[in-house]
Design a protein around this ligand. Structure first.
Ligand SMILES: Nc1ncnc2c1ncn2[C@@H]1O[C@H](COP(=O)(O)OP(=O)(O)OP(=O)(O)O)[C@@H](O)[C@H]1O
Ligand code: SF4
Ligand SMILES: [Mg+2]
Length: 337
């Protein structure tokens, strides 16, 4: 049986390959392993959802991929390998990395307010990104930005270009951030809880916009959410994280309709009904670990209803093993599910 996590070489079709990525924070009380040797691929044009409870390492893992964790001020240490179009991102100079970040890979954050400079016009801020990374001259850039505004559903682009962030609603700011993110036609967008700060009705509009812009530009999308319902709506494939590790991975329909990890089953119980045929699942008792050393066994063991106090759960790390077509589970006993 294939052991995904142990795979030494990234898939040749991958746009992004993450291999054995680990992030440790040195804190006063000891070392916190926030991301514990995760591996996954993102193929061109696909939408990969990363889901998991608060503190499971979703944000830290993508910040590490983009080399945005400030290892000096946070005392973080990052290990593993990240290949983007075959290039080893951890071997690039800071300048090369900045070029990739603004152009080929872009990030959309959760909070649209704190991401904008308050005293610069929104249009100008989008224009600066276009000028810094694109090939166009300053004479054409305004037209380009107004076109982007139109494509992300910002009405009256001419007027909106001049306005300041405080004149934008949360939803409009998030649309402008998406405009900025696609300004240079990136190959990969990473959206970290892009709609969490928005009203429910606006959330679905922004998600639909994200889906449309990725389809139109052919960009791949890593969509991070603690809401498995959002992932179910949007993603082609899903990565379920817990305690800094990948618990389960696979095509979204397959994972949601036949989860092969007790943690995924628990998460799904928060969704009222995905499919009428799916049995109702119990909620997960307990809370996620706040601080943990890399546990020797399975991080989910204290909350797991399937473990039955069995030794392997406490003593050995469950590898991510193939459990279905293109589906992988990090549970010693997934066959029992
Ligand atoms: N700069 C930091 N210094 C120390 N610990 C950190 C730092 N940033 C994150 N952590 C810790 O790393 C772990 C993973 O955090 P992360 O932000 O990736 O979680 P998350 O899955 O994105 O959660 P959320 O859904 O709340 O955004 C948490 O235990 C968090 O407290
Ligand atoms: S390895 Fe054991 S503790 Fe972990 S999810 Fe599977 S049964 Fe539960
Ligand atoms: Mg986060």
């Amino acid at each position: 049986m294939k052991e995904h996590a142990a795979s030494p070489s990234p898939s040749e079709h991958a746009l992004l390959s993450v291999r054995d990525l680990a992030v440790d924070f040195e804190l006063e009380g000891g070392v916190l392993r926030a991301v514990d040797r995760i591996s996954y691929d993102v193929r061109p044009g696909e939408i990969v959802g990363i889901v998991g409870e608060s503190g499971s390492g979703k944000s830290v893992s993508v910040l590490a991929v983009l080399r945005l964790l400030n290892v000096y001020t946070t005392g973080a240490s990052v290990n593993g390998e990240v290949l983007f179009e075959g290039r080893d991102l951890f071997a690039l100079t800071p300048k090369q990395m900045r070029e990739i970040r603004g152009k080929d890979i872009t990030l959309i954050f959760q909070d649209p307010s704190s991401s904008w400079h308050p005293v610069l016009g929104v249009g100008r801020q989008v224009a600066e990104v276009s000028l810094a990374h694109g090939k166009m001259g300053s004479d054409r850039v305004r037209q380009h930005v107004e076109g982007l505004f139109e494509s992300v559903g910002i009405p009256n682009p001419r007027i909106r270009y001049e306005q300041y962030p405080h004149e934008y609603s949360g939803g409009m700011k998030q649309r402008a951030m998406i405009a900025m993110a696609i300004a240079n036609r990136p190959k990969l967008l990473i959206a970290d809880e892009p709609t969490t700060a928005l009203d429910v009705t606006i959330q679905s509009q922004v998600l639909e916009l994200l889906r449309n812009v990725t389809a139109e530009t052919g960009a791949a999308l890593i969509l991070i959410s603690h809401d498995i319902g959002v992932i179910a709506e949007m993603a082609d494939r899903v990565i379920v994280m817990y305690g800094g590790r990948v618990m389960e991975e696979g095509p979204v329909e397959q994972v949601l309709l036949s989860p092969r990890h007790p943690y995924t089953r628990g998460l799904l119980s928060s969704l009222p009904q995905i499919d009428k045929k799916m049995a109702r699942l119990p909620t997960i008792p307990g809370t996620p670990p706040q601080m943990f050393q890399a546990s020797a066994g399975c991080p989910f063991e204290p909350r797991c209803g399937l473990s039955g106090d069995r030794d392997p759960c406490r003593e050995s790390r469950p590898p991510l093993r193939q459990c279905g077509e293109d589906q992988f589970s990090a549970c010693h006993f997934f066959e029992e599910l």
